[in-house]
Design a protein around this ligand. Structure first.
Ligand code: NAD
Length: 482
């Protein structure tokens, strides 16, 4: 059965689509044209209450399933998603704006999260603690309960899957709140979970903006929160979670350095840096935002980067160009303001910077040179296809510049000298470092930020730590009378 976009979407609560309590709706638009794609329900705190209640009520049934059975259902989700991969990719590309082949890759990631965690279901073991002959001491790993998951608009489906798959395998149930400019794939995903045999209430989706997000993060019946988004919203989520002592995983922004040493393969490095900053129109937390380039190869490297930037074919995501539009109008304006800021700050605009003369939110790959590390365009996350190139004279200076930002999400090193590359990788303050590539890592590898880039890790086995709590059980074996 083909999945098509609908004209109207409702909330997905307790296994069915239901209207929002106020009956109000919002519009999601095609970023390539600005035209409406669909209306979706605007959830209020009352709707969040209903979703949390459904998730709470379904907990005991979900936890009563044997781990093997839970693993099989989760594997079945992977299979059902794969069966509908092309339709989901088309919907994601239309709603988010990303090129179709990038949306296909996101759907593939979503499938992989469910495949990967399905196999873990029957391996969530505790341990025994040696305390002497008279005591048996063991730990068990238990789910938190209801997990609230707040998702941004840059990878709507794959980030939802990244959090939901490990949460479910650990025995939690979830309420997902997608971003208001990209709500569609999460709603189709929830429906496919039901088709795959996920019991009603285990996966719920409430759509809308800050209101349902805030209602979820302050809800006193949520047991764990996973937030992916910007630093200011992450701060707000953490503050409201503090009111109920709810544990949070925060996956926030980045301003990631790519250090290019003089001995690097410059063609390769230019390819990876361009890929790192222009994929998904730069709307990636782990993007290669800042190229730190040794002064001896600076001009040569900039020429290669500019050639690459100018070769990008730009168009509507669904036509599968190299780069699509930015996701929505406000964000488009923000990125254009950063370009003005860069010019005002005295950086040189080598290429790009001018929006395309057509409908939609199109900005070509943009490269700033002569960037000083303290400029705002070198410090703040722009979240667009805007690369800042900064020269350095030696390794120490490169590390100083790399680490002199409030973020610490990813970083990269380009060098043929492995010792030098590993020393730099050691010294970069970031949760992930790529050597002679960008966007290294995968479903199986832990991902998350240092400093203001976040708390906790997603992906890999480490993500399970966010969804399990440890109980210690101590048993007295002593038969001596007291
Ligand atoms: P955002 O912080 O504006 O919104 C994220 C989500 O929070 C959305 O669903 C939004 O509706 C919701 N929200 C808004 N106000 C809220 C509130 N007061 N309480 C609770 N929820 C609220 O972020 P964005 O603009 O959607 O996404 C871009 C940001 O996400 C960038 O900073 C990017 O770096 C970051 N990001 C990080 C990762 C990662 O894994 N580290 C991945 C993708 C994106």
């Amino acid at each position: 059965m083909t999945i098509e976009t609908k004209e109207r979407y409702r909330l997905f609560i307790d296994g069915e689509f239901v209207a929002a309590s106020t009956g109000e709706s919002s519009t999601t638009t095609d970023p390539a044209t600005g035209d409406s794609i669909a209306q979706f329900a605007a959830a209020t705190s009352t709707d969040v209450d209903r979703a949390v209640e459904a998730a709470r009520d379904s907990l005991s049934g979900w936890q009563a399933k044997s781990p093997v059975e839970r693993g099989r259902i989760i594997h079945q989700v992977a299979d059902v998603l794969r069966d509908h991969a092309e339709d989901l990719a088309r919907i994601e590309s239309l709603d988010q704006g990303k090129p179709l082949s990038q949306a296909r890759s996101d759907v593939d990631d979503a499938v992989r999260y469910f495949e990967y965690y399905a196999g873990v279901a029957d391996k969530l073991e505790g341990k025994s603690v040696p305390r002497g002959a008279e005591t048996l001491d063991m730990t068990t790993r238990e789910p938190y309960g209801v997990s609230g998951q707040i998702v941004p608009w840059n990878f709507p489906l794959s980030i939802a899957a990244r959090g939901v798959a490990p949460a479910l395998v650990a025995g939690n149930t979830v309420v997902v709140k997608p971003a208001p400019t990209t709500p569609l794939s999460a709603l189709h995903f929830a429906e496919l979970c039901r088709e795959a045999g996920v019991p009603d209430g285990v996966v719920n989706v409430v759509t809308g903006g800050a209101e349902p997000g805030a209602a979820l993060s302050s809800h006193d019946d949520i047991d764990q929160l996973t937030f992916t988004g910007s630093v200011p919203t992450g701060e707000a989520v953490m503050k409201s979670a503090a009111e109920t002592i709810t544990p949070v995983t925060l996956e926030l922004g980045g301003k990631n350095p790519a250090i290019v040493m003089p001995d690097a393969d410059l063609d390769e490095a230019a390819f990876w840096v361009a890929t790192g900053i222009f994929t998904n129109a730069g709307q990636i937390c782990s993007a290669a935002d800042r190229a730190l380039v040794h002064e001896s190869i600076y001009d040569e490297f900039v020429d290669r980067l500019v050639d690459r930037a100018e070769s990008y074919a730009i168009g509507s995501g669904t036509e599968d160009p190299d780069m699509g539009p930015l996701n929505h109008d406000d964000h488009f304006e923000t990125v254009l303001e950063y370009i003005d800021t860069g010019v005002t700050e005295g950086a040189t605009l080598e290429t790009g910077g001018e929006p395309l003369d057509r409908d939609g939110y199109f900005l070509p790959p943009t490269v700033f040179t002569d960037v000083e590390p303290e400029m705002r365009i070198a410090q703040e996350e722009i979240f667009g296809p805007v690369l800042t190139v900064i020269p350095f004279s030696d390794r120490e200076e490169a590390i100083d510049i790399a680490n002199d930002v409030e973020y610490g999400l990813t970083g990269g090193v380009f060098s043929r000298d492995i010792k030098q590359a590993l020393r730099l990788a050691r010294d970069i303050d970031a949760g992930s470092v790529y050597v002679n590539e960008w966007f290294g890592g995968s479903i199986e590898t832990p991902f998350g930020g240092m400093k203001q880039s976040g708390i906790g890790r997603e992906k890999g086995l480490e993500a399970l730590e966010s969804y399990l709590q440890t109980k210690n059980i101590s048993v007295n074996l002593d038969e001596k009378p007291r």
